[in-house]
Design a protein around this ligand. Structure first.
Ligand code: LM2
Ligand code: CA
Length: 597
């Protein structure tokens, strides 16, 4: 367990504080429009291909990530690492040297991957382990380098490490003490003296080497354990302006906060992951109407967000209540929410199957990681989970890209419980049903009328939808039926070019009139005159006193209308509420009605 976990008492205080925030939020159906700062990222989702080999990532970029519009891949630490008996995943968080020879492959394979991904528009972000080296001890690394306590030949010696002089063994024990967290040893890992020029230069040289190979960004591992000023000093030695995000696990009552790192770049927002877990597993989706800053999280344009990450999905890195691939469809729904909701820069997790927190990736008996790709085909959904290829998650990447320019919520709805819907202006609309009953409803959206693909259950390819389509009517409404534990998402990037189908609707109304007076139907769509009596549709008196007429109206559409009696410009409206119908998807509809005086 890394020392970044916080004690249970502090955890309890945090939970209570969060409950207080949550219980002050409005519950139940609320309609609002939230104004949020626009952020400008044309590509807005990245994926962590945890423990994947470089040769696999190169193929995945070309075959899937590039075509699907992923912005980047976070890769596992590429530097030489300790070899630990049993080959746990976490051996890669123990650097031995900065040679690029690791469980994921060689330097040449790494460079080839970076170039091939870049060629299809996918950046590579490296998980940079710069707070420490291996656990204090001796061994041989993945590139054959030997090391001993505080001695990494040719790189670091005793004086390049912090020796904090606390707790007898120099280990961090008290997370309430800033000095200790940053200068003592995180789970016995030899803590680099990031205050020294030599160490800063050496770390910057490692990052610059990666930049020279085309790496576009860095996750700064264990950033909370490095003074924010030390990170700034290291970054000031780095070439160009790589994208930076720092792993800081904030906890109530601790002196070091995520906020103090925002000047260096973005910061992981662990609260997002934990709250998504709490809400989707044990809470109400209705609570999410103001999710983000209002919940005490970082500013949206500083936050890296995720449903789960490689640490907390297995109880490391703060742990908590987290939704993972093991939760099946609930994991889909949580990711659909994350990718639709305009807060933060989302990271999609791509895992391998595991049954304990030690287990490394699929490997042979010598700890050689198995390839995902076999004969040119990815071996997904088995030992490699490939959550990024689960249809709802994969297709929501295009949703987030298509909605990026309207980074705000419109048309929020909830049933006060676990059914929610919201839009992204005229760019997209999503409905999530996390209940065990079907959700039948007509929703007001802000989408342009037309036919869209429900990308949760179907794929949109070359202008065609492989399954369910959704019609936005001329009132910008959709009428839908969403099964239990399912969702619906439509966006401008998956709109069909066809016009909505029409159905013949026959209006029969029994209405007595005087000589010279005629009966019309008028309603809220152009075909029914947009409520303008002068544009109303005349009915025939051939079977008086029943007046009749047939109009072609958009299929699957909810329509409001009334009958009127007109004599020249003299108009008499029937009384009461508007009449409401939803037209069928095909065929025809006949209405036999009586004038309401
Ligand atoms: C991180 N964030 O701050 C990573 O996201 C997390 O995965 C890393 O911990 C941590 N920083 C250090 O880079 C992992 C793992 C630990 C593991 C360390 C080092 O969560 O459990 O610690 O990597 O491999 C392991 C043992 C631990 C032992 C330590 C040193 O679990 O018991 O400490 O190695 O030998 C005595
Ligand atoms: Ca440190």
């Amino acid at each position: 367990m890394p020392g970044t976990r916080f004690p249970s008492l502090r955890r309890l205080v945090l939970v209570v504080a969060l409950l207080m925030v949550v219980s002050s939020l409005p519950f139940g159906p609320v309609h609002h429009s939230t104004a949020r700062a626009q952020t400008s990222s044309p590509r807005t989702v990245f994926v962590h291909l945890f423990e994947w080999k470089w040769t696999d990532i190169a193929q995945e970029c070309e075959n899937f990530l590039g075509p699907r519009g992923f912005a980047a891949v976070q890769v596992s630490p590429p530097q030489e690492h300790a070899i630990v008996a049993g080959y746990p995943w976490w051996q890669r968080y123990q650097p031995v040297s900065y040679q690029l020879t690791s469980r994921s492959g060689t330097r040449a394979e790494f460079a080839n991957m970076v170039a091939r991904c870049k060629a299809v528009g996918v950046d590579i972000y490296v998980d940079a382990v710069i707070n420490h080296m291996t656990g204090v001890g001796s061994g041989v690394g993945s590139a054959g380098s030997t090391y001993s306590p505080y001695n990494y030949p040719g790189i670091y010696q005793y004086q390049d490490f912090h020796h904090c002089g606390r707790n007898g063994n120099d280990d961090i024990q008290n997370y309430g003490d800033r000095y200790e967290v940053q200068n003592c040893e995180l789970v016995n890992l030899a803590d680099l003296d990031t205050g020294s020029s030599y160490v800063r230069d050496r770390l910057a040289a490692y990052l610059n080497d990666l930049i020279s190979l085309g790496v576009a960004g860095f996750r700064i591992d264990a950033a909370k354990h490095i003074a924010a000023g030390d990170i700034a000093a290291i970054l000031s030695r780095v070439n160009g302006s790589p994208y930076i995000y720092q792993e800081v696990i904030g906890a109530a009552g601790e002196p070091i906060t995520p906020w103090e790192y925002t000047n260096n770049g973005d910061v992981t927002e662990f609260k997002y992951s934990n709250e998504i877990g709490r809400v989707f597993l044990n809470g109400k989706l209705a609570w999410l109407s103001q999710f983000g800053e209002a919940w005490g999280m970082l500013p949206s344009d500083k936050a890296i967000v995720f449903v789960d990450n490689h640490d907390n999905q297995r109880g490391h890195g703060g742990g908590g209540t987290v939704v993972t691939y093991k939760n099946g469809v609930l994991y889909d729904l949580a990711n659909v929410f994350m990718l639709a909701w305009p807060y933060g820069y989302p990271q999609v997790m791509s895992s391998y199957e595991f049954s304990n927190d030690f287990q490394g990736p699929p490997s042979d008996a010598n700890g050689n990681t198995r390839s995902v790709y076999v004969n040119g085909q990815p071996n997904c959904f088995g030992e490699w989970k490939c959550e990024h290829r689960w249809r709802p998650i994969a297709n929501m990447v295009a949703f987030r890209n298509a909605t990026a320019s309207t980074f705000s919520v419109s048309d929020w709805w909830s049933n006060g419980n676990n059914q929610i819907a919201f839009g992204r202006g005229d760019k997209g609309f999503v409905v999530i049903n996390r209940e065990d009953t079907t959700l039948n409803r007509t929703f007001q959206t802000s989408m342009a009328p037309g036919v869209y693909c429900n990308v949760i259950v179907a794929d949109f390819t070359n202008g065609t939808c492989s399954g369910q389509t959704v019609t936005v009517d001329s009132n910008r409404r959709i009428t839908v039926s969403i099964p239990p534990f399912s969702a619906l998402a439509i966006h401008v990037g998956a709109k069909l070019s066809t016009q909505p189908a029409t159905v013949a609707v026959t209006f029969n109304v029994n209405a007595t009139t005087y000589w010279g007076q005629n009966v019309f139907v008028v309603g809220n769509i152009p075909q029914l005159g947009n409520w303008n009596p002068a544009q109303a549709v005349p009915l025939s008196a051939a079977t008086y006193p029943v007046w009749s007429g047939t109009v072609n109206l958009p299929a699957n559409t909810t329509i409001e209308y009334k009958y009127i009696k007109r004599d020249g410009s003299n108009v008499v409206w029937e009384c009461c509420n508007n009449r409401v119908i939803t037209t069928p998807g095909s065929g025809s509809m006949t209405l036999n009605e009586t004038w309401r005086p």
